[in-house]
Ligand binder design. Structure first.
Ligand SMILES: Nc1ncnc2c1ncn2[C@@H]1O[C@H](COP(=O)(O)OP(=O)(O)OP(=O)(O)O)[C@@H](O)[C@H]1O
Length: 267
């Protein structure tokens, strides 16, 4: 298997578009514009990029960013082995060489000195300097950079610099409407739509509490977890408490409010 094949997505991922994001992404890719996808956790950002990589038939390399990540983790480094030193490409370098879509998930977690390595790749230069190796890579014509971030987690210390932001075309995601989300939960997990609608209504209650004791509402991802538990035979109220409530709050009042909402829905 070549590097390219290894990173290709061979089966169509299930993705339910919310509006015209598929067509707009295709246009951004055709112009090789770097793309940012913003939105709350678990609302379909990663699934969208997987789907687009499949649709465009391009390899996808995903990197989960974190605050300990250094530029070398993205670009590459020399390793010591029995035969001496050997250069190992990082994921960004591999993507630029093979013409992959490189998806930097939660990029704002990375330190700013790490983030700036993407700058020359995201303007007209489309190059990546490997300083330690003394090599300048010209990105493959198919290469595209995609970053995601959750504006809800932003603080003054953790935000992208304008000089980074203004290199990207942006997509803003949010949780889908109840009807669309019901379809997503049902299709993704195979539960019936009536049950999916009940889960989505509990999600709606939690999202109304955002800013009133909850930092984030219940994500589509968690709704699919609850659905999977129920499908596996877990009693619905127990599944909802476990998948929808316990992970998102430590506050007893909020927990009780959400538990009551579950009791009301599953009577
Ligand atoms: N539009 C959609 N079509 C299909 N599935 C979806 C959609 N939106 C959400 N999902 C479901 O929600 C789950 C979470 O979505 P995803 O992993 O894309 O979230 P994310 O926005 O990338 O979250 P994070 O920011 O935490 O990485 C998916 O695994 C899928 O089950």
């Amino acid at each position: 298997m070549t590097d390219k094949d290894q990173y290709k997505i061979h089966e169509e991922p299930f993705y339910q578009p919310q509006t015209d994001e598929v067509e707009l992404y295709e246009a951004a890719y055709a112009a090789r514009l770097p793309v940012m996808v913003k939105g709350p956790t678990g609302c379909g950002k990663s699934r969208f990029i997987e789907y687009m990589a499949w649709k465009l038939n391009k390899p996808l390399i995903t990197v989960a960013c974190n605050e300990d990540m250094t530029a070398s983790d993205l670009v590459g480094r020399y390793l010591l082995d029995a035969n001496g030193t050997r250069w190992l490409d990082g994921p960004l370098t591999t993507a630029a060489r093979i013409g992959a879509i490189c998806y930097l998930d939660e990029v704002v977690e990375a330190r700013q000195d790490t983030t700036v390595v993407i700058h020359p790749l995201t303007d007209h230069r489309r190059t990546l300097p490997l300083d330690k190796k003394g090599e300048l890579i010209e990105a493959h014509p198919d290469f595209q950079l995609v970053i995601s971030y959750n504006p809800g987690y932003q603080s003054l210390m953790k935000d992208l610099k304008q000089s980074t932001k203004q290199r990207f075309a942006g997509f803003e995601f949010d949780y889908p409407t109840a009807a669309v989300e019901t379809g997503i939960v049902a299709t993704e997990t195979g539960i019936d739509t009536e049950l999916a609608a009940k889960l989505v209504s509990i999600g709606g209650t939690a999202r109304n509490l955002k800013g009133h004791g909850l930092d984030e509402g219940i994500s589509t991802r968690l709704l699919t977890y609850a659905a999977a538990l129920i499908k596996g035979g877990v009693e619905p109220k127990a599944a909802c408490r476990m998948a929808l409530v316990r992970p998102i709050t430590d506050d007893e009042d909020i927990r009780d409010t959400l538990d009551h909402a579950i009791d009301a829905v599953f009577g």
